[in-house]
Design a protein around this ligand. Sequence first.
Ligand code: ATR
Length: 287
Amino acid sequence: MNIDGETRLAGVLGWPVGHSRSPRLHNYWLEHYRINGAYLPLPVRPEHLAEAVKGLVRLGFAGANVTVPHKEAAFALCDTVDDSAKKTGAANTLVLSAAGEISGSNTDGYGFIEALRAGARGFDARNGPAVVLGAGGSARAVVQALIDAGAPEIRLVNRTAARAERLAGALGGPVKSLGWSGAARSLAGAALLVNTTSLGMKGQPPLDLDLTPLPAGAIVNDIVYSPLETALLRAARRRGLAAVDGLGMLLHQARAGFKAWFGRDPEVTEALRRHVAADLLAEMERA
Ligand code: ATR
């Protein structure tokens, strides 16, 4: 990597940010396309986010990704936001203009849909009801994307039923909310099951859900990507269902930012997947 006066800079704002795969992913693309740029992890405490973003503007950064826990706060700092950010009240991609204007978007929903298109042949949200487990920020982006993609019915299942109810009310459309006890029932006739909870993530309990009621032909997607192969995905494969891991969403959500900052629409290739997956595996082995 040659850093000089022309190097374009971007990074990922998070707290903590050490777990983020975005530096590995964006720097792979920078090297692959021989672009004079660098992408850095930017650990920023929540109380310092506004100052840090102003600092990035002053330092001439082209932009930044935003991860947990900053997405809602970043949205509030933007001068302009597109529909994807407006609908979710969150921004994961900031583009900083030379004049100091901050534009925000939320590409998580796009990344989610593209990952399903790439990972499950014949995926179409219009094919049937979707079950979404969880009601946090990720669920919000996923459910909004499914509404926009024409899902006829979305069953939102959450441990804290009131939170699912609130989210369903806020998003409108064909969203029904259920408590955790409704999870098994919600699978009947579903075309898609998505886990957006932290269950199954490294260090968390596994997601223990009997997939028997899912029809043959249903797609199971875990947005957890550490580990890549969760117990949920293993159970789906055992049943012969299409299983889509969480890495695709991460890779596809990154494209728009890279294009805006570095001027090239990057491809999500098998080599890129392997490059990021190898890093995830190495981390699992260290743990
Ligand atoms: P994010 O913004 O990444 O979606 P979040 O807002 O912390 O994260 O949401 C985490 C989700 O995982 C929530 O839906 C949470 O359920 P609650 O709303 O009931 O807290 C869900 N979750 C976390 N641990 C869980 C567990 N042990 N059992 C069931 N759901 C769990």
